[in-house]
Structures are given as structure tokens and as C-alpha cells.
Design a binder for this molecule. Structure first.
Ligand code: IPM
Ligand code: MN
Length: 360
């Protein structure tokens, strides 16, 4: 197959990790007889430096023209980078949010899996890590607090900031349908996470999720309050299959889930709209402290490229080959610094890309 992939390397460790994912994709193309054509685009801090804005209309159009987007990470050190002296809507993150919205990427899939080889890097008690876990966090990505009206103004002489949490039935239904569809291909359990004891948006969330559940009699639905979910993730992560939640809760819970896999450098993600199109990026940030040192863990980005093959190109065999190569490399004892434990072989970012590409 001939496919066009828009590539946004971004800032910080983004360029390093994306280069390794492209190395792996090129190997897949060679082995399986495909052609992947890349269109490299700027977004985030690098776009501010080049164009004065974090995302241009041209970038949006070129991303839309591709079959899928592979992304690294964007942003810099929020206390020291000059990007954060700009007004909020001109900062790197504003570009990412606008891109998600412009491409209608409402469904964010963040799989958190504890590889048995990485049990030693899992910060949980041994008896919990021993049980392992394999969950799919389904985060709503284009609604809620991230996209509601916000302003900072003086109210009776006191500076006051407002952010609005809005969800419509339609927004809740479409992400819930995705979650149940995915649960049908997994262990058939959905945990819907909300704060229905306080928030109206959560009460509507619960009601709509229950309606959707009626179409999936084989799937077990449970509701969990977000504070309890944060606790259950470290107490008994094995209980989760599909975790369905709104934008802000999903942002926070997915970072927590990534840490218990051993490192945020392991967590892939896919952001999908209602077609085959998607944007694929590691869940972790741009890690400016280690940028340019060839130390970053490229595995989350490589696993994101595997999700791209699976969800946007229907290339299941190819995606399996990438995931199997990652598992094999880990069981052979290869590690980047973030997941390194005594007795393992320490690799740089590019060496990790090499061994995973070789294993395809
Ligand atoms: C993520 C990131 C983004 C988010 C930031 C960079 C805006 O933390 O993808 O999880 O909060 O969605
Ligand atoms: Mn986040």
C-alpha cells in the first residue's frame, strides 16, 4: 500500500523519538512491501520560532491531506522557555489543542500495559505488579474544560478566573460508543469514570453512558468516581479493561497509569475522529531536560506508530510485528535510562530504535 504520513516532530525529545519511529516504519515498509511518504510539518514551539504561531492553517491543511499524523511532543520548560512569556493562545500547547479540534480527534486511546519484563521498574508493591495489567484509557479529547469558555477578569475588585466544563449528549455518546466497541474486542468491561456526586456534566455523562450500554449486553459497565479511580489504579490496576472518561480526568489518570507501567516513555496514544484518520503520539511530554542527548525512550512513539498501522491503515500484521519486536527487545534486556534496572543493557534512543527495527 501507498500511504502518506504527516510527521510533526515537535520540540524537546520529539525529533529524537519520532526519528526512531520513522526508522521502524521504514523497516515495516521494506518488509511488507509498502511505501510510506512523509510530509514533515512544524507545530508547537518550533512553529512559534519559525512562523510566530504554534500552528498555521497550512499545517492543518497538510495534516488533513495525509492518511494519518505521527507526532512527537511539543512544548518546553514552562518556567524558563520564552514561549511561555507569550499570551496563552500563542503558546505551544494551544497549537496542539487547535489541531485536535480542527481534525475532530475526539477519541483518545491510551493503552497502559505492564510488560512482565518491566515489573522491576513498576513502582507498585511486588504482589500488585505480579498480577500485571492491560487497560485502555479512552479519554474524550475535544470537549470539557479544555475547550469551554474561559476568562480572567476582575469581579468586585478581585481578579477571578473562570473555566467552563461543558459536555453535550452527542459528545458523550460518540466517545462512549467507541469505548464499548473497543471493549467488545477486549475483555468486555467498561469502567466509566466521572464525578457524578458533584458535577452536572458527570451526571449527564453517566446517563448517556448507561443508554449506550444497552446496545452492548455482553459488556459489563461499572461507574467509578474519579478520586476512587486514582486510588484503584495504584491499589488494583488489574481490575481495569476499558476506562472511559472525560478530557481532564483522562489527562490526569493516563499520566498515573503510565507511571505504573514503569515509565511515561512506554505509553502510546491514538487520537481518532469518526473516519480512519488519526493522530498518533506518545502520551509523555517533550522532556526538555534531556532533549538532544540521545537518552529519551522512543518506545512510546514506536508503539504509537504501531497503533497508526493498526487503526488508520488496517495493517494488523505489521502492527503486531512492531509490538512483538518491542516485547522481544525488552525480554532481551535492552533498556533506555528511564526503565533501566541492574543487570540490563543500557541503550541510547537511537540504539533502541535500531534494535526494534532489526527485530521486524
Ligand atoms: C497530553 C498533554 C496535553 C494535554 C497538553 C500538552 C496540552 O498533557 O496529551 O496529555 O493536556 O492534553
Ligand atoms: Mn497529559
Amino acid at each position: 500500500m501507498n500511504k502518506k504520513i504527516a510527521v510533526i516532530k515537535g520540540d524537546g525529545i520529539g525529533p529524537e523519538v519520532v526519528t526512531e519511529a520513522m526508522k521502524v516504519l521504514d523497516k515495516v515498509a521494506e518488509k511488507f512491501g509498502h511505501t510510506f511518504e512523509y510530509d514533515q510539518l512544524l507545530m508547537g514551539g518550533c512553529s512559534i520560532d519559525a512562523n510566530g504561531v504554534p500552528l498555521t492553517d497550512e499545517t492543518i491543511e497538510r495534516a488533513k491531506a495525509a492518511d494519518a499524523v505521527l507526532m512527537g511532543s511539543i512544548g518546553g520548560n514552562t518556567s524558563t522557555s520564552p514561549w511561555y512569556k507569550l499570551p496563552a493562545d500563542k503558546r505551544p500547547e494551544a497549537g496542539l489543542l487547535k489541531l485536535r479540534k480542527s481534525l475532530n480527534l475526539f477519541a483518545n486511546l491510551r493503552p497502559a500495559v505492564l510488560y512482565k519484563e518491566l515489573k522491576g521498574a513498576c513502582p507498585l508493591k511486588e504482589e500488585i505488579a505480579d498480577r500485571g495489567f492491560d487497560m485502555m484509557i479512552m479519554r474524550e479529547l475535544t470537549g470539557g474544560l479544555y475547550f469551554g469558555a474561559r476568562e480572567t477578569k476582575e469581579v468586585d475588585g478581585v481578579v477571578t478566573a473562570v473555566d467552563t466544563l461543558t459536555y453535550s449528549e452527542t459528545e458523550i455518546r460518540r466517545i462512549a460508543v467507541r469505548a464499548f466497541d473497543i471493549a467488545m474486542k477486549r475483555r468486555k468491561k467498561v469502567t466509566s469514570v466521572d464525578k457524578a456526586n458533584v458535577l452536572d456534566s458527570s451526571r449527564l455523562w453517566r446517563k448517556v453512558v448507561e443508554e449506550v450500554a444497552k446496545d452492548y449486553p455482553e459488556v459489563t459497565l461499572e461507574h467509578m468516581l474519579v478520586d476512587n479511580c486514582a486510588m484503584q489504579l495504584v491499589k488494583d490496576p488489574a481490575q481495569f479493561d476499558v476506562v472511559l472518561t472525560e478530557n481532564m480526568f483522562g489527562d490526569i489518570l493516563s499520566d498515573e497509569a503510565s507511571m505504573i507501567t514503569g515509565s511515561i516513555g512506554m505509553l502510546a496514544s491514538a487520537s481518532l475522529n469518526d473516519t480512519k484518520f488519526g493522530l498518533y503520539e506518545p502520551s509523555g511530554g517533550s522532556a526538555p531536560d534531556i532533549a538532544g542527548q540521545n537518552k529519551a525512550n522512543p518506545i512510546a512513539t514506536i508503539l504509537s506508530a504501531a497503533m497508526l498501522l493498526r487503526y488508520s491503515f488496517d495493517m494488523d500484521k505489521e502492527a503486531d510485528a512492531v509490538e512483538m519486536s518491542v516485547a522481544k527487545v525488552l525480554s532481551s534486556g535492552y533498556r533506555t535510562g528511564d526503565i533501566f534496572t541492574e543487570g540490563m543493557k543500557l541503550l541510547s534512543c537511537s540504539e533502541m530504535g535500531d534494535v526494534i527495527a532489526e527485530g521486524i
